[in-house]
Design a protein around this ligand. Structure first.
Ligand SMILES: Cc1cc2nc3c(=O)[nH]c(=O)nc-3n(C[C@H](O)[C@H](O)[C@H](O)COP(=O)(O)OP(=O)(O)OC[C@H]3O[C@@H](n4cnc5c(N)ncnc54)[C@H](O)[C@@H]3O)c2cc1C
Length: 264
C-alpha cells in the first residue's frame, strides 16, 4: 500500500470541506472495498477521510412511514434493527444476506451504493423500494442514482448522508448468491408501494434496473403466473466467469417469481 494521510473528520461539513480542499482525497467508510483497492494500488489517494467518527451518518429511524438509514450504518445493524424488521422486513433479509459476518460488521449502506458494484444487493432495494439518497448537497431519487458499472449520479466529493425508504405495503427480496462471496449473481426486489408495483434487479446488468413489463403485469394480477412469459434481453446481461448472460436472464425470471411467491 502506498503512503497516505489519514484524517478522521468530526462532522459532515468538516469532511466535505476537507474533501473539496484536496481533489486527491477519498472518503473511507468500512474499507471493505476501498482497502483492498488501495492494497492492489488500483487507487492511490494522498488522503483518506475516515467517516467512522461522524455520528450524524449513523443510525436508523422510522417516522411517518419512512425508514431512514444513515450512510455509515453497517449491514449487520440494518439486519438486526427492529425498526427495519417491522417496517421493511425484506430490507433486513437483504442486509442479512450480504457477504459474511465480518463484511456485514464493517460494510456500510453508503459505501455499498457509492461503489455501485453491479452485484451489490442494496441497489435492488434503493431502486425497488423507490428510495431517496440524501447527500450533503441534494436529494437524488433511487431511480436516478445508479448510472452504470461502478458509476453513480454522485459528483466528485459529494457525500451520501442517509437513504430514506418509504415503507411499502409488501415487499420481498430474492437472490441467487455467488457461493463464495455471497454477492448477487442475480437479485430481485419486488415491492408493492404507495405509487405502484416495482420490480428491481441487481447483479444481472451494469447497474440496478427496473422491469416495467413485469410491473405492469403484476399491477393487473399479482401472481407468479402473470410474469411467466416476460423475459429480459440477454444482450443487456453481464457475462462473466460466474454466470453467462443467458443464465442471468433466466435467473431474473426465477428470482422475480420467488419474490412474488414469498410475498403472497
Ligand atoms: C468478501 C466480501 C464479500 C462481499 N459480499 C457482498 C454481498 O454479498 N453483497 C453485497 O451487496 N456486497 C458485498 N460486499 C461489499 C460490502 O458489503 C460493502 O458494501 C462494500 O465493499 C463497500 O464497503 P464499505 O461500506 O466498507 O465502503 P468503503 O470500501 O470504505 O468505500 C467504498 C467506496 O464508497 C465511497 N464511499 C463510502 N462511503 C461514502 C459516502 N457516505 N458517501 C460517498 N462516498 C462514499 C468510498 O470513497 C469508496 O470509493 C462484499 C465485500 C467483501 C470484501
Amino acid at each position: 500500500m502506498h503512503a497516505f494521510e489519514y484524517i478522521r473528520p468530526a462532522s459532515v461539513a468538516d469532511a466535505a470541506a476537507k474533501r473539496s480542499a484536496n481533489d486527491d482525497s477519498t472518503y473511507l467508510a468500512g474499507g471493505m472495498t476501498l482497502i483492498p483497492t488501495l492494497k492492489q494500488r488500483l487507487a492511490q489517494p494522498s488522503q483518506l477521510l475516515d467517516l467512522g467518527g461522524i455520528t450524524e451518518l449513523k443510525g436508523i429511524t422510522l417516522k411517518d412511514g419512512v425508514l431512514t438509514v444513515g450512510a455509515m450504518t453497517s449491514h449487520a445493524d440494518v439486519a438486526a434493527s427492529s425498526d427495519v424488521k417491522k417496517s421493511i422486513p425484506a430490507l433486513a433479509v437483504l442486509a442479512g444476506s450480504i457477504g459474511d459476518p465480518q463484511v456485514r460488521d464493517r460494510g456500510t449502506l453508503g459505501g455499498s451504493i457509492a461503489n455501485s458494484d453491479p452485484s451489490a444487493d442494496y441497489p435492488a432495494a434503493v431502486v425497488g423500494l423507490g428510495a431517496t439518497v440524501h447527500t450533503n448537497k441534494r436529494q437524488i431519487s433511487g431511480d436516478q442514482f445508479f448510472k452504470g458499472l461502478f458509476e453513480t449520479a454522485l459528483e466528485p466529493g459529494e457525500l451520501i448522508v442517509k437513504v430514506s425508504f418509504p415503507t411499502p405495503k409488501r415487499a420481498a427480496y430474492m437472490k441467487f448468491p455467488n457461493p463464495a462471496s455471497r454477492y448477487a449473481v442475480v437479485g430481485v426486489m419486488v415491492a408493492e408501494t404507495a405509487t405502484g408495483i416495482r420490480v428491481a434487479v441487481t447483479g444481472a446488468g451494469a447497474c440496478a434496473f427496473r422491469i416495467p413489463a413485469m410491473e405492469a403485469a403484476l399491477a393487473k394480477s399479482f401472481s407468479a403466473d402473470a410474469i411467466k412469459n416476460i423475459t429480459v434481453p440477454v444482450s443487456d446481461m453481464n457475462n462473466d466467469m460466474h454466470a453467462t448472460a443467458e443464465y442471468r436472464a433466466h435467473l431474473v425470471g426465477v428470482m422475480a417469481k420467488r419474490a412474488i411467491a414469498a410475498i403472497a
